[in-house]
Design a protein around this ligand. Structure first.
Ligand code: GLC
Length: 577
């Protein structure tokens, strides 16, 4: 049982200590305390109840029949997006690119890639989204550029240019580096006598944010306040302003923790992002900054409003612990959300709580419901199982991010070609959105051989049209779950999270969310067998009102609560007082 520490920095407090007075002292001592204390991190109000929908532009909707999705296609589908009840969309990079990494490798920060449309389409997309009350986050990818970005091409030349220092280059092509970053250098590229550092794939040279403690012996390691480094930073701020001024509502910052180099560089990287946060505060106070840092303690330390928790020990325990589910060779074991019932939610929770407790007053820890780098949630899962994962993700603290297609249970596909850096499991999770039955599942009118990736060929491939018509479909259940996030105060991003029953290698999982006197209880038993949980519970209530899932047997004794839960069942309850 974990207790949340008091947060001295909280701006608002609502202590409901009096609710505890009615239970005997002994029971009180053991009960996980649901205080309902409201701790609201600084940030725009709209993110407090927001759900964000992630759109992969390549494969969402192809409006011109060339086999690749595009921005006008996204515009055409905004009514559908709105109908999900989400508040915002995050679109993966749509900028000019040679597409060695699906567009993360940006060649021109100021231009939409022709295959996606034009800058005017982007402007129209922002306007059309706003007309529907939707916000748009763009992918701010600044730790590297494409290898054929003109800045980089310039930096490969022997003669000096304003861009020579904008990338990390050593000063001797024959000399290898040692230590942590040694295998990140590319030798023998361009005219310049040196090696350049990459940040991810070979084709992604690292932009130069300087070194935390430059080695005095290595003159090529620039300090973070070197004028060329500062000039680069200003240019990148210009990029931010360009898209925000055009109408974007925030950023998803790619590899946000990987800017300044060298041991101990986190503080300098944070300082950069705090500065960007300053720009948001003054120029875009409604703007949302979420990072792919996977280190909420660092990311939320004055810099971002939210950070994803997925490249992190503990995340795999939820739904992709099996090697045949994660498909990238990085995990082995059992997911908690699996009918075998062999997972360990306590492992997830211990890692999660470390971050949550340390950052609760500062920002939000976000658990993605799939994304373009992860396998689909639907790797051999039923709709009922997928619904349970959705209910978990939507009722946990923070801002849920829902990957396109997971709301209808799109499946991970196999045997697809690696395309644009999409090694397993990426390509099988990036296939075209399934809108209708029939040709290309409604994604495109192109010849099927021309599609960016093939569509699901299964005769029972899920699609939006069929699920819209069925009130019991996964799609409609997900819509109802998203609506709860808005209607239940206890499901606000900031509302308190209290695990009530979460044991090593045991089922079910029970937790409370609370905001003042509003309390929601959630219980999940993904195992195929019945399971029960008995735990101290000191909060008084009249009855439990089922908000989602199926009723479970509830036994109430003085100071304890017992849930007997059938196999593969979940319930979300509101406490009626
Ligand atoms: C992020 C992106 C991923 C990309 C990588 C390098 O992790 O999500 O798709 O390949 O950064 O940019």
């Amino acid at each position: 049982m974990r207790h949340h520490p008091a947060s001295p920095s909280s701006r608002l407090r609502l202590a409901f200590a009096s609710l505890l007075l009615v239970v005997p002292a002994a029971a009180r001592a053991q009960a996980a305390r649901i205080s309902g204390e409201r701790v609201v991190p600084d940030g725009p109000l709209w993110i407090q109840k927001a759900v964000v929908y992630q759109i992969y532009p390549q494969t969402f909707y192809d409006s011109n029949g060339d086999g690749v999705g595009d921005l006008p296609g996204i515009i055409q589908k905004l009514d559908y997006v709105k109908s999900l009840g989400v508040d915002a969309i995050w679109i993966n990079p749509f900028f000019d690119s040679p597409f060695n990494d699906a567009g993360y490798d940006i060649r021109d920060y100021y231009e939409v890639a022709p295959r996606y449309g034009t800058n005017d389409d982007a402007r129209r997309l922002f306007e059309e989204a706003h007309r529907r009350g939707l916000r748009v986050l763009f992918d701010y990818v600044i730790s590297y550029t494409a290898i054929d970005h003109p800045w980089f091409v310039d930096s490969t030349r022997e003669e000096r240019s304003p861009h020579s220092n904008w990338y990390v280059w050593t000063d001797n092509a024959w000399k290898s580096e040692e230590g942590e970053l040694c295998n990140r250098f590319v030798h023998g590229y361009g005219q310049r006598n040196g090696n350049f550092m990459l940040n991810f794939y070979w084709s992604e040279p690292a932009l130069n944010f300087g070194f935390h403690q430059p080695d005095p012996e290595k003159k090529w390691q620039l300090p973070v306040d070197h004028p060329d480094v500062l000039a680069l930073r200003e240019e990148l701020r210009k990029v931010l302003r360009f898209w925000m001024d055009m109408g974007a509502d925030g950023i998803r910052a790619d590899m946000a923790g990987a800017l300044v180099k060298g041991k101990g560089s986190d503080e300098d990287t944070k300082a950069f992002w705090r500065d960007i946060r300053g720009t948001f505060r003054t120029a875009y106070p409604e703007g949302f900054m979420v990072s792919e840092w996977s280190g909420p303690r660092d990311a939320l330390d004055g810099a971002f409003h939210a950070d994803f928790f997925h490249w992190f020990e503990g995340y795999n325990d939820l739904a992709q612990k099996e090697s045949w589910r994660i498909l990238n060779g990085f995990s082995e074991g059992h997911s908690f959300f699996d009918s075998a019932g062999k997972g360990n939610i306590a492992h997830f929770l211990s890692k999660y709580l470390e971050q949550y407790e340390a950052t609760r007053s500062k920002g939000y820890v976000c658990l993605p419901l799939g994304n373009h780098d992860l396998a689909r949630l639907n790797v051999r899962r039923t709709d009922a199982e997928l619904e349970m994962i959705m209910a978990f993700g939507i009722t946990m603290p923070g801002v849920p991010f829902l990957y396109y297609g997971n709301e209808i249970g799109m499946r991970q596909l196999y045997g697809l070609p690696q395309i644009e850096g999409a090694y397993y499991p990426r390509s099988g999770a990036r296939t075209p959105m399934q809108w209708t039955p029939g040709r290309n599942l409604g994604f495109s009118t192109a010849d099927p051989a021309k599609l960016y990736l093939p569509v699901d060929a299964a005769t029972d491939a899920p699609n939006v049209e069929a699920q819209q018509a069925d009130p019991r479909s996964l799609l409609n259940k997900v819509r109802r779950l998203i609506a709860l996030k808005h209607s239940e105060p206890a499901l606000a991003a900031y509302a308190e999270f209290v695990p009530l029953y979460a044991k090593e290698n045991a089922y079910p999982l029970v937790y409370a969310r609370a905001d003042g006197a509003d309390v929601v209880l959630a219980v999940f038993n993904p195992a195929a067998r019945p399971e029960s949980a008995e735990f101290p519970f000191a909060t008084p209530y009249r009855s439990l009102r089922l908000l989602a899932g199926k009723d479970v047997a509830v036994t109430r004794r003085a100071g304890t609560l017992r849930f007997d839960v059938a196999g593969q069942t979940y319930a979300v309850y509101r406490l009626e007082r």
